[in-house]
Write a protein that binds this ligand. Structure first.
Ligand SMILES: Cc1ncc(COP(=O)(O)O)c(C=O)c1O
Length: 391
């Protein structure tokens, strides 16, 4: 049966960071680009139709976010995540990373400590530094198969005076979908030490069927009061280039401070296409998303099987969510530089190097599964062939 996600869409010559940007980043354009976290799939038809209709109209003057736009977000969060919000809690960001920066700016002071849990999405550290705050670490605990929150490490950082904690939920790159219990335990610690929780839930919709995402703020009224939740349709529906994200701030004082920061940077305006695409996706993208999740699940099964057959030296850390898979390559016995060189120049597969995510990522690589299945087959063949050529 033909599956829409099997289609190979040419992405070279579209100013794609993942494809065209490979040359600058990896000094080659011959590798399979499986690094940046976007998908090689077209967005859902209702989104394409809404955008096409708007293009037909032809006038792209200033725009604002409508009640329908805000309601589509509220309704999506309730339908998919049983998270009840009020539309008055919604604020805007031109992306999650800038949004995290604005939250840090609004709710902490220069010099404050902000906790992250490496290995973790590396722009967090950069943003903390750019706002002249100090990144402090509560690394995840790893038992060789699965990652866990290290509550003692988290408490030590909270105790040492950290003012905020960036929670990555689900967690990129290790693919954990935190359980309600884990979030509750961590949330109680944040409450006890008066720590603001910045919950980056950009991957919330991308969770495999066996798992369930719990929005941090939905767990307890008290958690709502100390947290900011950042979401976007960008990962879910492959709309990252439209630079439209959503920040949910139930605490009115925190919301006022956030809005002041948006004013400070003149960032309140809406992108016509981003707003339209968000609304169309949240209103009519649900069946497409369910198909996508099945396809990603099958891609994961394929990767797991092919690695076991052709390259058992690489251990796949089972993801519970996201379309990113954390590969434990330590058994290859290569140094950090040799491992990077092996993947990009010997195998011809462009991955995100594990050490980018913190020193805990040494010996790991992150692969992006949001591509046609044949690309995954080709990638494993390339990796195994390159490895066997060496030996
Ligand atoms: C955890 C996490 N946060 C944020 C982003 C990027 O968000 P944005 O493009 O909206 O800044 C990513 C993209 O990979 C991510 O994995």
């Amino acid at each position: 049966m033909v599956n829409r996600f099997d289609e190979h869409i040419q992405r070279f010559h579209t100013a794609s960071v993942k494809w065209d940007g490979m040359k600058q980043r990896f000094h080659t354009d011959k590798a399979l680009p499986m690094w940046v976290a976007d998908m090689d799939f077209a967005a859902p038809e209702p989104v394409l139709e809404a955008l096409a209709q708007r293009v037909q109209h032809g006038v792209f003057g200033y725009t604002y976010r409508t009640e329908e736009y805000l309601n589509s977000i509220r309704s999506w969060l309730f339908r998919r995540h049983r998270f009840t919000i009020d539309t008055s809690w919604i604020a805007h960001a031109p992306g999650i990373v800038p949004g995290v920066g604005f939250i840090i700016d609004a709710l902490t002071q220069v010099g404050d400590k902000v906790v992250i849990q490496p290995p973790v999405y590396y722009p967090f550290e950069r943003v903390i530094r750019n706002y002249q705050r100090e990144a402090v670490y509560a690394p995840l605990a790893f038992d060789g198969n699965r990652y866990h929150m290290d509550f003692d490490a988290l408490e030590r950082q909270f105790q040492s005076g950290a003012k905020a904690w960036i929670l990555c939920s689900p967690h990129n790159p290790v693919g954990r979908v935190w359980t309600e219990d884990e979030l509750r335990t961590a949330g109680e610690l944040a409450l006890a030490y008066h720590v603001t929780v910045i919950s980056d839930e950009i991957h919330h919709d991308l969770v495999f069927k066996r798992y369930r995402h719990t929005p941090f703020a939905s767990i307890d009224e008290r958690f709502k009061n100390i947290s900011v939740t950042a979401i976007a349709p960008s990962k879910t529906f492959n709309l990252a280039g439209l630079q439209t994200a959503v920040v949910i701030i139930p605490n009115p004082d925190m919301l006022i401070k956030y809005r002041k920061v948006l004013q400070k940077y003149s960032m309140e305006g809406a992108n016509t296409f981003g707003a339209l695409a968000l609304e169309a996706a949240y209103r009519s993208g649900e069946s497409w998303l369910d198909e996508l999740l099945d396809y990603l699940d099958d891609n994961l099964t394929t990767l797991r099987r092919l690695l076991a057959e052709q390259m058992p030296e690489i251990h796949l850390i089972e993801p519970e969510g996201t379309y990113l898979v954390w590969l434990d390559c330590r058994e290859l016995g290569l140094s950090k530089e040799e491992l990077d060189h092996f993947f990009i120049h010997e195998a011809g597969v462009a991955l995100d190097e594990g050490h980018l995510f913190g020193e805990e990522g040494n010996g790991f690589q992150r692969i992006n599964l949001a591509c046609p299945r044949t690309v995954i087959e080709e990638a494993v063949t390339r990796i195994a062939t390159a490895w066997h050529t060496r030996h």
